[in-house]
Design a protein around this ligand. Structure first.
Ligand SMILES: CN1c2c(nc(N)[nH]c2=O)NC[C@@H]1CNc1ccc(C(=O)N[C@@H](CCC(=O)N[C@@H](CCC(=O)N[C@@H](CCC(=O)O)C(=O)O)C(=O)O)C(=O)O)cc1
Ligand SMILES: N[C@@H](CCS)C(=O)O
Ligand SMILES: [Zn+2]
Length: 784
């Protein structure tokens, strides 16, 4: 009936083969040839899988060794000067230096900035545009991979990040007056050269990803994008271009997008309907509007959710496909995932231990290929699939496992004052200063310490039944002792237990909360070789028993210094889980907020005086359209308040957020009213602090002083320079000193010197800036 197509497939491999190969290469235990062989094998496997599933359009260049936006920067030769690129083809080690920084011999370069890909937990490397930025074709990857697939008998649809999106998410040098339009114009001949070469190699279709079109778009940027697509049409008329949009609907950009001179447009028909962070969009209305605009074009229908694991309701989706086919004709409709399947785990068949009923409700990337194919076929041919899908949907709807009347009653009985601390910040601050003795510029870390192979081995052994619970606990307690000893030795002021017992900051809580289930191999790439296994929320959430108290209590027993309790907040748990799609996300996060509140109160009762509730993903969850922000932010602030406000004034609540631009939501961050917040700042050289400074953020703040996502060890001078920048804009009495984020991805060899440098930096700052606290009222501090 219609064409079965796909926008992108996960790269890591069902057993995270790419991760293993990359990390071996970085460690020096594998050669580039070995790494590239693994990559080639993965590509071949994934192309074969898609071809064998019957897909007619299979993507290429969706694979990457690190990040597809980094690949674009290499393709167009956008390599910042600090990498001393020779201007030829960007080689492997230059690419990895851009991704991770490099510190070898005399060479010491920082990595490029990394940030979230729209509202996902995937991180991309932010393109950097110099004032006089020029572009030229500087990589052969997209051609090589097209030819590689061709040799295997698959004519693929190469994928490129579109110029509007590439430029929108890039960063211009501070001294630059170049506009997005200028950059798009400079990129146009480079793209045309690439597209001409692809056409010459035999490409029929090319997919140009423009998720920027689901954002609030500038008219000038849209005009520049039109100029680009006009030029492509004129210069490469034989190539059919599919403009792919996803993660939200096009709304006021729909008419513009469908008016572009391209062969097809892909739209996301899964966001909205209770899944996105947006006000619910009626997918039928979105589809009807698109069909009306798609005259003469292919409409690619993103009906299979690329960002969740629930099985598709084939009856609902098929009706939509049939409506589009009736209006546009069979040749003009593609069936597809809503976005690249990059955001889904690879294969449900790799799950040996999932509860059978829950498993029957799920589909991972491999299963989604089957759903796409089924939806492309005539109704008469898929009777069996439709009946099975209807059974699954009915089973899920009527399951008693989903609903818990006690949880619903507790949410219904919430009152406004449960979301507010007892006293305002200035009163709490006085109580906290009396209860917790700290120097000026107190030093702390974000929570995790290196997750060493020994820790992971112990956990794997526990899972296999080779270690008893008691043996595992003893091993984790030894790790905690080690981490506490180290923090004493270095001289940190507020200690952490190091989170050795956690596989992941969200999955760990998901494993202990009712209403969640979790997978064995449901890995999804987060950045580079780093993956997460998002837990699955299938029902009402509650806390069966304390989750972290025993570890924090044990850690506190080892020291007289304050031991910070460590929790993950409700918005982050929702954002980094696969979320139920049968109720609004706000209801799910409210239930989790109550569970976290109980844990916070239990930590306080256990003697923990500082408790951090990580809301690392609160910015990432911000809806893509401004119109949807108020509802999300109001709910997020309330959830945090509910989680944080069960404690006394003297208990200090911290929060932590990473990789975010905060300008857009600084008022809401202030309204969360955490006593202290730590944020990522160092890759952006404290630029992110500007939002806090210009807002006059009222509470305490710890701007990250070194980048933990890079193996590079910072110098004391660098840290002091960043801190001096920070005291220029932030009241010094409010300033904390901490890294950007948790240290779990680093090794001790890097963490030790880095934290020594950080504590030394704080000491030097104390000598440079004396802070006198004359009263509890802020605004009259003296800094010299
Ligand atoms: C802070 N960040 C996080 C994000 N999202 C999360 N869900 N969690 C986060 O912490 N998003 C933003 C940032 C940056 N993103 C990440 C993402 C991932 C990591 C990371 O370190 N991932 C680890 C995997 C962590 C994990 O689940 N570990 C498990 C399983 C370990 C394992 O691989 N076991 C082996 C056997 C081990 C052996 O025998 O030696 C196996 O199963 O094969 C655990 O510890 O138990 C990664 O390595 O990718 C960080 C930041
Ligand atoms: N407490 C967590 C926060 C990461 S965002 C950690 O330190 O890893
Ligand atoms: Zn973080």
């Amino acid at each position: 009936m219609a064409k079965a197509t796909n926008l992108g497939f996960p790269r890591v491999g069902v057993r995270r083969e790419l991760k293993t190969a990359l990390e071996a290469y970085w460690k020096g235990s594998a050669t580039a040839v070995e790494l590239l062989a693994v990559a080639r094998e993965l590509r071949a496997r994934h192309w074969a899988l898609q071809r064998d599933a019957g897909l007619e359009h299979v993507p290429s260049n969706d694979f990457t060794l690190y990040d597809h936006v980094l690949d674009m920067s290499c393709l167009v030769g956008c390599v910042p000067p600090r990498y001393q690129w020779d201007g030829g083809v960007v080689d492997l080690d230059t690419q990895f230096a851009m991704a991770r920084g490099r510190q070898v011999g005399d060479v010491d370069v920082t990595a490029m900035e990394m940030t979230k890909w729209l509202d996902t937990n995937y991180h991309f490397l932010v393109p950097e545009f110099a004032a006089d930025q020029t572009f030229k074709v500087s990589s052969t990857k997209v051609f090589d991979e097209f030819e590689e697939a061709l040799a295997l008998g698959v004519v693929t649809r190469p994928v490129l990040v579109g110029p509007l999106t590439y430029v929108t998410f890039g960063k211009k040098a501070a001294d630059s007056v170049v506009s997005n339009g200028d950059l798009i114009a400079r990129l146009t001949p480079v793209f045309i050269e690439v597209l001409q070469r692809l056409a010459a190699l035999g490409a029929v279709w090319v997919q140009i990803d423009e998720p920027a079109l689901v954002l609030d778009c500038d008219e000038a940027d849209k005009a520049a994008a039109r100029g680009f697509y006009d030029a492509v049409r004129a210069c490469v008329p034989s190539l059919k271009v599919l403009v792919a949009t996803y993660f939200d609907t096009l709304r006021d950009n729909a008419a513009f997008t469908f008016s572009l001179p391209v062969a097809g447009v892909h739209i996301d028909l899964c966001r909205g309907e209770g899944q996105a962070n947006t006000s619910a969009n009626d997918a039928d209305a979105v589809l009807d509007a698109a069909v009306a605009l798609a005259e003469g074009k292919v409409l690619s229908m993103g009906v299979v959710d690329g960002r969740n694991i629930w099985r598709n309701d084939l009856s609902v989706s098929l009706r939509r496909v049939e409506r589009a086919v009736a209006a546009l004709g069979v040749e003009s409709v593609f069936v597809a995932g809503s976005c690249s399947l990059l955001h889904s785990p690879v294969d449900l068949a790799a799950e040996g231990k999932l509860d059978e009923q829950l498993r029957s409700w799920m589909a991972f990337a491999t299963q989604k290929l089957g759903e796409i194919k089924a939806l492309s076929r005539p109704r008469a041919e898929i009777g069996g699939e439709l009946a099975a899908s209807d059974r699954v949907q009915a089973d899920r709807r009527s399951s008693t496992r989903i609903h818990d009347v006690r949880v619903k009653a507790r949410v219904a009985s919430l009152t406004d004052d449960m979301a507010r601390r007892q006293s305002p910040f200035s009163v709490r601050r006085a109580a906290q200063r009396a209860a917790i003795a700290l120097p000026s510029f107190p030093t702390t870390t974000i929570g995790s310490f290196p997750q060493t192979p020994a820790i992971r081995k112990a956990r794997a052994a526990l899972k296999r039944g080779e270690l008893t619970e008691a043996e595992y606990s003893a091993a984790m307690e030894r790790e905690i002792q080690l981490v506490v000893d180290f923090q004493h030795e270095v001289g940190l002021d507020v200690l952490v237990h190091g989170e050795p017992e956690r596989n992941d900051m969200v999955e760990y809580f998901g494993e202990q909360l009712s209403g969640f289930t979790f997978t064995q191999n449901g890995w999804v790439q987060s950045y580079g070789s780093r993956c997460v296994k998002p837990p699955v929320i299938f029902g009402d959430v509650s806390r069966a028993a304390p989750m972290t108290v025993r570890w924090s209590k044990y850690a506190q027993s080892l020291t007289t210094k304050p031991m910070k309790g460590m929790l993950t907040g409700p918005i982050t748990i929702v954002q980094w889980s696969f979320v139920r799609d049968d109720q609004p996300r706000q209801m799910t996060s409210r239930q989790i907020a109550l569970a976290i509140r109980d844990e916070v109160v239990d930590l306080e009762v256990a003697g923990i005086r500082i408790i951090q509730i990580d809301e690392a993903a609160v910015r990432e969850g911000l809806p893509l359209r401004r119109a949807d922000w108020p509802a999300y932010l109001t709910s997020a602030v309330t959830d945090f308040g509910i989680a944080a406000s069960g404690v006394q004034d003297a208990t200090q609540i911290h929060t932590h957020m990473c990789y975010s631009e905060f300008n857009t939501m600084i008022g809401s961050i202030a309204a969360m009213d955490a006593d202290a917040i730590s944020i990522e700042c160092s890759r952006s050289k404290m630029e992110l602090l500007d939002a806090f400074a210009s807002f006059k953020y009222p509470n305490e703040i710890g701007p990250g002083v070194y980048d933990i996502h890079s193996p590079r060890v910072p110098t004391v001078a660098e840290i002091v320079a960043l801190l001096v920048k920070a005291v220029e804009v932030i009241d010094p009495r409010l300033l904390w000193v901490n890294p950007d984020c948790g240290l779990k991805t680093r090794g001790w060899a890097e963490v030790k010197p880095a934290l020594v440098a950080m504590v030394q930096g704080a000491t030097e700052l104390r000598a440079l800036v004396q802070v006198t606290e004359r009263s509890n009222e802020l605004g009259d501090a003296v800094s010299v």
